[in-house]
Structure formats: structure tokens, C-alpha cells
Write a protein that binds this ligand. Structure first.
Ligand code: B12
Ligand code: SF4
Length: 474
């Protein structure tokens, strides 16, 4: 069977007011790991011809290129990976597929499907929604379609039958993530995977664990079942990437350091196999100590992204973050001591947060002195306790994201929820913060001293110009 897996364009994605996400994401083309895993699993268990069509690459393909590929390749099934921010673009892709190949089955998968499976199927260009981990469900779906069986009882899917949306039982996650072969990287030009903060590109994106056991009230984490991979398998994958020409590794785990033992065994395995590649990860401030960070630095850890969120303990407790400010101070100090650079994430505008509390968060950002702080306005997002709370407040404006999913349009801007501060106050704090932090002479010389190439300089200048534009008062 011929199958095409599509990562939709980000032409009309949902935008975020005052967001400096541009600092990272808009210059960053992350490979779509989910469909890369699905491709390799599918090909390991069945005879299928699978093509990945990735729109999110520098100077990426156009919709005409997709049309051409659809006409030439004639896939019988098209799977689209969807994050809610790309929903409008994903709908355009589904529409195009049905226009050109009306009998092709269009499947929607990815994080979006946890939130809006039925709403997604209200669009007749989608036939099936795969919810949760896709490797096994999608493969079984293909087997059923190939043998002409109906979809009744296939766990993990929602589908339309006689104009009715049918919800099958959910599929439990795979307890043993090493069952899946390494994600298929063969469709990608490795040079395209360059993170703007990296001096060691191209970076291979690798996950060493799936799921996150925490329940932060602002986060759309739908997989609380934490499962780690074997260190030996992870290192085999890294060595494979090294052989392909990747220079560094970006670990995409939600919480790289959830298990100390896991980090230790990964580091020891990297040392044993002389991996010798720089790497970065996302970690929690409460699960790190001097010995661990030293070991991480010795094996090549160059940057850690930490979620700090707020300087107010009441807020940290209310959002279920499970950390305290002392732990944040300690983690940043240890990283500095070990020579590891840091990214810190902060959020302004939590329910009931006062101007004074917000200013304390900004002061903490200066005190921790990360290499790259990212400060966002709180955007309540569906399926989180904060969104549920916001829905009860008339100031928020109701379940507008659900309405948007039913009737998508280009460039929706998410809403800030004003509680103790006004939207204007929140945005002003963010703008001032970015100007003050990033345009300090000390910060500028820090970045200049780390420039690696004229291209790096060009990217940083573009980022700076965008930042200036963003921080201009409106
Ligand atoms: C890496 C990452 C990113 C990267 C790259 C995203 C990418 N291209 O993959 C970057 C840094 C760019 C990013 C940015 C953002 N991200 Co992000 N990100 C992640 C993260 C940490 C890992 C994704 C990943 O690779 N997972 C590993 C793979 C194996 O899992 P997977 O992608 O879910 O795929 C599996 C299933 O979903 C399914 N599946 C996936 N696609 C398909 C397709 C088909 C056809 C089928 C059948 C199945 C299927 O099968 C796969 C294999 O089991 C996730 C959290 C997480 N743990 O998943 C958040 C996550 C996806 N991001 C999220 C968000 C909100 C964002 C931002 C909007 C954040 C922000 N405020 O700015 C931005 C938006 C980007 C933009 N350009 O505007 C949310 C998405 C929520 C939603 N409803 O869509 C998540 C879930 C985080 C969270 N807990 O809130 N992100
Ligand atoms: S914010 Fe981080 S720790 Fe909290 S639930 Fe989300 S992924 Fe897990």
C-alpha cells in the first residue's frame, strides 16, 4: 500500500500575543519525530511504500509541490500530523488531498487529537482520527484498510460511519518504547535541522523517554505514563545519527532528568562508546545535583532548558509545578559552575498574579541570569485545568478554540486571560523585560563572543531585529 505522511505548513498557525517564541521556534525547523517513528515501524512490520512530505523546512515546498506529489505518488492513505496551532493548515492539506484523490483515506494524528477528535471529524476531509501513540494503531488501521475490514473495535481511533462519529476504546501506551525501531531520518536533509541557539548544528533530535508524570495546570500533557528507553538503544541511535553526519544531539524528552538512574546510565553508555557529541536537554530544577550535572557536562551537555515559570511560591503551588525558587537558584548556579548554558522559561499572567508578583518573576530572571530567558504571557489552552477555570470567567470569552477547530480560519491569535493585571500591563511587562535583558551590553557581548559563522551572525541579527519590532509599544 502507498502511504504518505504529511507535516503541514505553518503558514497560518495560531499566534500568541507578545510572543517571543520567534526567538526560537520560527527559526527552527524541528523534524516531525512522530511520523518518522510511524514510518519506520510501519516498514518494519509490513510491506508498505511510505513517503514523508514535510512542509516545515527552510524554503519548504508549496501546496503545488504537494499536488504534484499526490498526482505522481497516488497514496491510498494520507496521514497528517497535527498540533492544534497548525490546525488551519492541516485542514487545507486534507482538503487538497480529497480534491485530487477523493478515495484516499485521510487520517489525523498528533497531539491535537487528544483535544478535539470529534470536532476534527466534523470536517469531512478527515476520515479517521488516531488518538495517542500512533505506531501500532496506524499500522493496524492500514492492515484493516488493506484487507477491506471495517474499523469496528480497533483501539485508539475515532472514525465516521454512516454520518455518525464512532469512538473506539483508547489504546494504552506501549510500556516498552524500545519496541519501536529508530525514527526514520532518511527523508531529511540534515543541514535543515539547525536550532538558532546552537553552535553544533546539525542536531539529531532523539527521545530517551516518553510521557511526563507531572500535572502542571497550564500544560497540555496528555501522557502521564513515564517510560524510559534502554541507554544502550539510545546510544546506538545516537551513533547511527553520528554516522549520518549529525554533529550534536537534542534530547526532546519532556523531563530528561525524571530518573537520575536513567541519566547516569545514558552518560556512562555515552562515555563507554566514546560518543563525544555535544548535547542539550529539557530538565526539571528539582531533580538535579552537583554530581549529576558534572557527569552531564563531562559527557558533552552544553545547554539545559529549565521551566521556572514564576518567582511566587503561591503560584508555583497553585499550578502544581512541584518546585521551589531555591531549587531554581541551585540548578542555575550548578549549571553555570559546570559551564553549561541555560534557557529559562517564565510565564506572566497566572490567575490572580499581581503586578508586584510579575515584577518579582522578572527580577528572578535577571538574578538567575540564563543565557536565553523566554518569558510568555499565560495562554490558557484546552484540556488544562487553567483553561477550565478561564472558561468560567466572562472576561475570558468562552471556548473560542473549540469554535475555531470547528470553523478554522487563518491566523487566530490566542487570548490572554486578564485577572489581576490587564492585558496591556502583561504585554508591557514582557516587552520591557525583553528590551532590558537582551539588549544589555553584557548580554550582547556574551552572544558576540559565541558567534560561530557569518550565517550565525546573520541569524542572530535577524532575531534581534524581530525582537525589537516585537517589543515596540503598540
Ligand atoms: C519537540 C516539541 C516541539 C518542537 C517541535 C515540534 C515538532 N515538530 O515535533 C518545538 C520546539 C518547535 C515546539 C514548539 C511548540 N510546541 Co511543542 N512539543 C514538543 C514535544 C516536547 C515533543 C514532540 C515529540 O517529538 N514527541 C515525540 C513523538 C514520538 O511523539 P508525538 O509527536 O506525539 O507523535 C506520536 C503521536 O502523537 C502520534 N502521531 C503524531 N503524528 C501523527 C500522525 C498520524 C497520521 C498518526 C496516525 C499518528 C501521529 O504517533 C506518534 C508516535 O507515537 C511535545 C511534548 C511531547 N512529549 O510530545 C510538545 C507539544 C507537541 N508542543 C506543544 C505546544 C503547545 C507547542 C507550542 C505551541 C508552544 C508555544 N507556546 O509556543 C509551539 C508551537 C510551534 C510553532 N511553530 O508555533 C503541545 C501541543 C499541544 C497541542 N494540542 O497541539 C505539546 C504536546 C506540549 C504540551 N504538553 O503542551 N514543540
Ligand atoms: S510543564 Fe513540564 S513537568 Fe509540567 S506537566 Fe508539562 S511537561 Fe510535565
Amino acid at each position: 500500500m502507498k502511504i504518505m505522511l504529511v507535516n503541514p505548513p505553518a503558514n497560518h498557525s495560531i499566534t500568541i500575543p507578545g510572543s517571543t517564541q520567534i526567538l526560537f521556534e520560527q527559526h527552527y525547523f524541528a523534524p516531525p519525530l512522530g511520523i518518522m517513528y510511524i514510518k519506520s515501524y510501519l516498514q518494519s512490520v509490513m510491506d508498505a511504500e511510505v513517503k514523508i512530505f514535510n512542509f516545515q523546512v527552510p524554503n519548504g515546498p508549496s501546496i503545488f509541490d504537494l499536488e504534484k506529489t499526490l498526482i505522481e505518488f497516488k497514496p491510498e492513505v494520507v496521514g497528517i500530523t497535527v498540533m492544534t496551532v497548525f490546525w488551519y493548515d492541516a485542514c487545507q492539506i486534507a482538503k487538497k488531498v480529497k480534491e485530487i484523490l477523493p478515495n484516499t483515506i485521510v487520517v489525523c494524528g498528533g497531539s491535537h487529537t487528544w483535544l478535539y477528535p470529534a470536532e476534527s471529524l466534523s470536517h469531512r476531509d478527515f476520515d479517521v482520527v488516531v488518538q495517542g501513540e500512533g505506531e501500532i494503531t496506524f499500522t493496524q488501521l492500514i492492515e484493516r484498510l488493506e484487507s477491506g475490514q471495517d474499523l469496528e473495535g480497533l483501539p485508539g481511533i475515532w472514525y465516521r460511519s454512516d454520518d455518525q462519529v464512532i469512538k473506539n476504546h483508547p489504546r494504552p501506551v506501549e510500556p516498552e518504547p524500545d519496541l519501536f525501531p529508530f525514527p526514520d531520518r532518511s527523508d531529511f536533509d540534515i543541514k535543515q535541522h539547525r536550532f538558532p541557539l546552537d553552535r553544533y548544528s546539525p542536531a539529531a533530535v532523539v527521545i530517551t523517554s516518553r510521557g511526563c508524570p507531572y500535572h502542571c495546570t497550564f500544560c497540555q500533557n496528555n501522557d502521564h505514563h513515564y517510560r524510559r528507553r534502554l541507554a544502550e538503544r539510545v546510544v546506538d541511535e545516537i551513533l547511527e545519527c553520528k554516522g549520518m553526519g549529525y554533529n550534536s544531539v537534542d534530547f526532546y524528552d519532556d523531563n530528561f532528568n525524571q530518573s537520575r538512574r536513567h541519566v547516569e546510565s545514558l552518560c556512562h553508555e555515552m562515555i563507554k562508546h566514546r560518543v563525544n557529541m555535544p548535547w542539550i536537554c529539557r530538565a526539571r530544577v528539582d531533580r538535579i545535583d552537583r554530581d549529576l550535572i558534572k557527569l552531564m557536562a563531562e559527557t558533552g551537555c552544553k545547554r539545559i532548558h529549565f521551566g521556572v515559570e514564576s518567582a511566587t511560591q503561591r503560584i508555583l503551588d497553585e499550578i502544581n509545578k512541584g518546585i521551589n525558587i531555591e531549587q531554581a537558584r541551585e540548578a542555575f548556579a550548578l549549571a553555570k559552575e559546570a559551564g553549561i548554558s541555560t534557557v529559562a522559561y517564565f510565564i506572566i499572567g497566572f490567575p490572580g498574579e499581581t503586578l508586584e508578583e510579575a515584577n518579582n518573576t522578572i527580577a528572578l530572571a535577571f538574578e538567575l541570569d540564563p543565557d536565553y530567558p523566554q518569558c510568555l504571557a499565560l495562554m490558557p489552552v484546552p484540556s488544562t485545568p487553567i483553561y477550565e477555570k478561564a472558561l468560567k470567567d466572562l472576561n475570558f470569552g468562552g471556548d473560542y478554540i473549540r469554535k475555531y477547530v470547528m470553523n478554522p480560519y487563518p491566523d487566530l491569535c490566542v487570548k490572554i486571560w486578564p485577572t489581576a493585571m490587564t492585558e496591556k500591563e502583561i504585554l508591557t511587562i514582557l516587552r520591557r523585560f525583553y528590551l532590558r535583558f537582551y539588549f544589555r551590553p553584557r548580554q550582547i557581548s556574551r552572544y558576540i563572543s559565541r558567534l560561530t559563522s557569518p550565517e550565525d551572525l546573520f541569524t542572530k541579527v535577524r532575531m534581534a531585529l524581530k525582537l525589537i519590532k516585537l517589543t515596540m509599544p503598540r
